[in-house]
Write a protein that binds this ligand. Structure first.
Ligand code: APR
Length: 265
């Protein structure tokens, strides 16, 4: 939890809420910081996995393609490591629930998440693109179909697509792997419609994800940041709300809901 001096004030939250209530089409871009309060470590910054162990090889996809059987054997044996164990235990936190609530009341139109953790889905977010994939899903590299593990036979590794017999891979996007075109297309469409973007819990260092938020700003839109610390976007955003996502987003959602009610009377 950010120390009080760093925590967004009620006045700052109120100001951000009023700006969001004025917007026509609000989307959000989220990152690992959204799930820190669900027990999943971030990648960069304090307590980050890459900070601790160094960045993984940038050619992860090439390594997969060079020996998919070995990659699958490694993947299936990783269930207890520092990345996967927290993923299995994690539950949506009040930050995820606040974004789902903002969707329910029609304020938030779409969420682009860089997180593979499935927590936005579990929180009930419907209009959602998982730009780096979902760790619970398996994707065919030929036809692009996605499957739940129980829909795929893992008797033979690497497993084959039940639809086209193509090569299957975890749906999570490896370094060096192109973002699946269906997801990229949806993100581009949503970013092109938005006049306001909330960037929550991301260092905004990875593209094309960060580029969607910047595009909204470059087209004259508004950018509101929620982050425990400064990020690459802090200097270009209109409002930067400091604090944990699980603290700031529920306060923001409550203030927006109150503001909407006040406007209806
Ligand atoms: N609440 C809000 N923000 C937080 C919190 C929190 N509780 N804890 C950390 N943060 C912020 C950090 O200040 C940082 O800006 O979240 C951000 C996390 O940044 P990264 O670890 O770089 O995560 P992300 O931006 O999602 O990384 C993008 O990089 O390694 C790849 O594929 C991976 O999707 C990931 C991508």
């Amino acid at each position: 939890m950010a120390d009080e001096s760093q925590r967004a004030t009620d006045r700052e939250i109120e100001a951000a809420a009023q700006i969001i209530l004025e917007a026509e089409y609000t989307i959000a871009l989220t990152g690992a910081g959204m799930s820190v309060e669900s027990g999943i470590p971030p990648f960069r910054g304090p307590g980050g996995l890459w900070t601790k162990y160094g960045e993984p090889p940038m050619n992860g996809f090439e390594i997969f393609l060079s020996d998919p059987k070995k990659a699958w054997q490694q993947r299936l044996s990783r269930c207890n490591d520092e990345l996967f164990a927290p993923l299995q235990r994690a539950k949506p936190n009040p930050g995820h629930l606040a974004l789902a609530e903002l969707e329910t009341i029609g304020v938030l139109r779409f969420v682009i998440t860089q997180n593979i953790d499935d927590l936005h889905r579990q929180a009930g977010q419907k209009a959602l693109a998982e730009i780096h994939g979902n760790w619970k899903l398996i994707r065919c590299l030929e036809c692009g179909s996605r499957f739940r593990p129980e829909e795929v036979s893992l008797e033979t590794l690497p497993p084959s697509c039940p639809r086209c017999a193509g090569l299957l891979k975890s749906d999570t996007v490896s370094f060096g792997e192109p973002i699946p075109s269906d997801v990229l297309g949806v993100c581009a469409t949503q970013a092109s419609r938005a006049d306001l973007v909330i960037v929550a819990g991301t260092s905004a260092t990875v593209y094309p994800a960060a580029g969607f938020a910047i595009e909204v700003k470059q087209r004259g839109g508004v950018m509101i940041e929620v982050n425990l610390y400064e990020s690459e976007l802090t200097r270009v955003c209109d409002v930067s709300l400091r604090g944990g996502a699980a603290d700031v987003l529920p306060r923001l959602a409550r203030t927006i809901a109150d503001g909407r009610r006040a406007r209806m009377h």
